[in-house]
Design a protein around this ligand. Structure first.
Ligand code: PMP
Length: 390
């Protein structure tokens, strides 16, 4: 039995969703939308099952989808990727696994940022690497150059960056990204960039891919997910983009993980990327309205919320809201007493957790958000006077 897994529980997302299902709580925990996704993309997937091949597609992905991803990034982010530099994977999760397996040699250090997506550390360790963690903190979660330098060692080979960052809902600024790019170039590091939230950005913020910064074109793996772009999280169609020498190695890891991804979903995503720019923009605007609705409702009830520049998430600051509970205890009480499931942000820290923030998913219908606000408003006084119950 491998110790990395032996010591591990079920992910907090699965655990909270299961509790929400069991108790009938409103689930603002796990990050998924309750919309249907773009109709044209759903229909393309259904049609492709009936009309196109359902046998193994090419290992690196359908060329139509690889080209559609390259065109999409040329249009939206000014990148000049060739179709051959895109490898289709079964979700961003597989792209992360393939990149880490392909690029880590035993003993390599991988620099990552806390809060960190839960899959990162087990994947790094299973690939034989050591995680080195840079701790980011609310309210602005800034990446500090000195902290980067302090975390690096001669064994550092890779940096793994999630931007926009889940769960903090923050985006790295152009200055922070330029500093990371310089750091990678100076130390000859490869950057793996998990950019699955690149289209779920608000208030006119544009996503800046690290791959586009000076010196990064040949040393960056850019990871994306159709699950996030089209709010179809169950589809698990993702990709990793990298210059040919890197892409060749990544493809080798991918071929023995999943080898391919269902062809009908690949066709549908190719069609979606080519035709659904307006849907993607309108949907992000809808998420922004949902964010504002949840933030305004919670604030009116007396909760203090943190800024949310991207993703499906908004965090409440417990201490600032006058709640003398740590995040895990708060989430336990919230699901039992208010019937609302949320995620403690400390679950995203491997060391020295931030314990005063709780993440809520706002990618829900207005009526669901309103009901959650009402329940949380009703529970606030009880939660505030809970010091003795800690
Ligand atoms: N990375 C981050 C930061 C995520 O938030 C998610 C999904 N919640 C993933 C990766 C996984 O993406 P996929 O479902 O495409 O595997």
């Amino acid at each position: 039995m491998n110790p990395v897994y032996a010591a591990m529980g079920t992910t907090i997302f699965e655990a909270m969703s299961a509790r929400a299902r069991a108790t009938g709580a409103i689930n603002l925990g796990q990050g998924f939308s309750d919309g249907r996704g773009p109709e044209a993309v759903l229909k393309a997937a259904a049609d492709a099952v009936l009309e196109k091949s359902n046998q193994y597609p090419p290992m690196p992905g359908l060329i139509e989808l690889r080209q559609a991803v390259a065109d999409h990034y040329a249009r939206h982010q000014g990148l000049n990727l060739a179709a051959e530099e895109v490898i289709v994977t079964s979700g961003a999760t597989e792209a992360l696994a393939a990149s880490l397996l392909a690029l880590i040699s035993p003993g390599d250090e991988v620099l990552m940022f806390q809060p960190l997506y839960d899959a990162y550390q087990p994947l790094v360790e299973r690939a034989g690497g050591t995680a080195t963690l840079v701790r980011l903190t609310p309210p602005d979660w800034r990446i500090d150059q000195a902290a980067l330098e302090a975390a690096a060692s001669p064994k550092t080979r890779l940096i793994l960056l999630n931007n926009p960052l889940n769960p903090s809902a923050s985006m790295a600024s152009a200055d922070e990204l330029a500093a990371i790019a310089r750091f990678c170039v100076e130390r000859d590091l490869i950057a793996i960039c998990d950019e699955v939230w690149e289209h779920v950005t608000f208030d006119g913020h544009r996503h800046l891919p690290l791959l586009g910064f000076p010196g990064m074109r040949e040393r960056t793996v850019k990871i994306g997910s159709a699950g996030k772009i089209f709010a179809l999280t169950g589809w698990k169609v993702g990709w990793m983009c990298a210059a040919p020498p890197l892409a060749r190695i990544l493809a080798k890891a991918h071929q023995f993980l999943t080898f391919t991804t269902p062809p009908n979903l690949q066709w549908a995503v190719a069609e979606g990327l080519a035709t659904q720019d307006q849907w993607v923009a309108d949907t992000a605007a809808g998420f922004q309205r949902a964010r504002d609705r949840l933030a305004a409702g919670l604030q009116a009830a007396g909760y203090v919320t943190l800024p949310s520049a991207a993703t499906y998430f908004l965090s409440i600051d417990l201490a600032a809201s006058g709640i003398p509970l740590q995040d895990v205890a708060f989430c336990d009480r919230l699901i039992d007493e208010a019937g609302v499931a949320a995620i403690p942000v400390s679950a995203f820290y491997a060391q020295s957790p931030v314990t005063n923030c709780v993440r809520l998913c706002f990618a829900k219908q207005d009526a669901t958000l309103d009901a959650a606000i009402e329940r949380m408003a009703g529970a606030l006084e009880g939660l505030r006077s809970s010091a003795g119950k800690l």
